[in-house]
Write a protein that binds this ligand. Sequence first.
Ligand code: IFM
Length: 440
Amino acid sequence: MDFKRSDFPESFLFGAATAAYQIEGHQFGGAGPTHWDTFAAGTGNVVRAEDGAVACDHYHRFAEDLDLLKDAGMDAYRFSTSWARVMPDGRTPNAEGLDYYDRLVDAMLERGLKPFQTLYHWELPAALADKGGWMNRDTCDYFGDFTDVITDRIGDRVAAIATINEPWCISYLSHFLGHHAPGLKDIRATARAMHHINLAHGIGMTRLRAKGMKNCGVVLNFDHTEPQDDSPSAAKAATTWDAIMNRWFIEAITKGTYPAEALAGLAPHMPAGWADDKGKDRQPKAFHSVNKNTRPKISAEDTGVRTQMTSAEGPGDKTQMGWEMYPDGLRSFLPRLSRDYIGDMPIYVTENGMAWDDRVENGAVYDPERIQFVSDHIAATKKAIDEGANVQGFFYWSLLDNYEWAFGYEKRFGMIHVDFETLKRTPKASYHALKAAIAR
Ligand code: IFM
């Protein structure tokens, strides 16, 4: 890789990220069923109907995985705490689940790794999905209770806490585009979920602050949106997409408002009294986190009934996900975030990574494409810092090959290969290259 640690400020953190349902093995330790188990069991929702029952068995193998992080010279580990493990029915604490996270955090500290916790990374307890999930406003208060329970147990030792991972995916991708659990394509459900997820963030932040927790924030995903062509309809569609994907959550959280371009379609479907909630999601944060991967090109399709937005990938090289590799999107977005929304507040790039069809050959995995990808995105992060963004850390997504949601185990994002038959871990060439760069 082209960079060295000394290109960055001394306090800059290098780490890798994972999420509970994607790696832990949800059949272990008394975790309750989640809406992802239900979604995966449906026909055609997930490749081969795979679920997170075993995943990488990180639940039993976390010591080995954390050793690999430490051996790579990483400073921090971004992990998430499964709501359904901590409270299997969404409401009642599970001692075994709390003990697990207690051991996990201690194991990070023993290895000198800073624990970066995300409270909610998508495994909604099925019992709460039964009550309407994120369409139900009560879920926001229940999230607050979950925040209390897990923070009482590990909050004294974590370095940072993010409330929610990628609200756009939880709401729009899952309730309008239907790609993720609960797999809906329903604008009324979408508007509710898009509002409630912001409210849940606000309630979570309030609970964390009440406990004196200082380093708290949220993780949003952004894409550098561009119109597909020069037509006015494509320009309008790109502006609307940008409003829904990039502005809805950050503007609610920083300004207490929703962008007019998004409200134009969503307002008729919002829950009653939504305008009275204005500002409840706008709680003071200490940091902001960004997950960034690709560049959708947006066009408008006139169906004869109404105009709909269509997203397609840009022209550059693609990853195994079919996503365009576009590091300049990261370079341009980070200063935009500082300039338009958060000023000098610290930013962490909490996820950046690529999937590739990696294979073990002669006991090793050769992945030059990922080495180039990481090198380019770390260079883009450096440029963004030079342009004024206060970026304080970069987390590769992901530490391990894992459960890539609707794609099952087919897409390999890890710096460490996992054989899903034997669960053997094999660090890829990119792991060794990143380790060398961090050591320089
Ligand atoms: O695997 C996901 C992760 O859970 C959230 N951010 C994007 C990753 C790749 O799709």
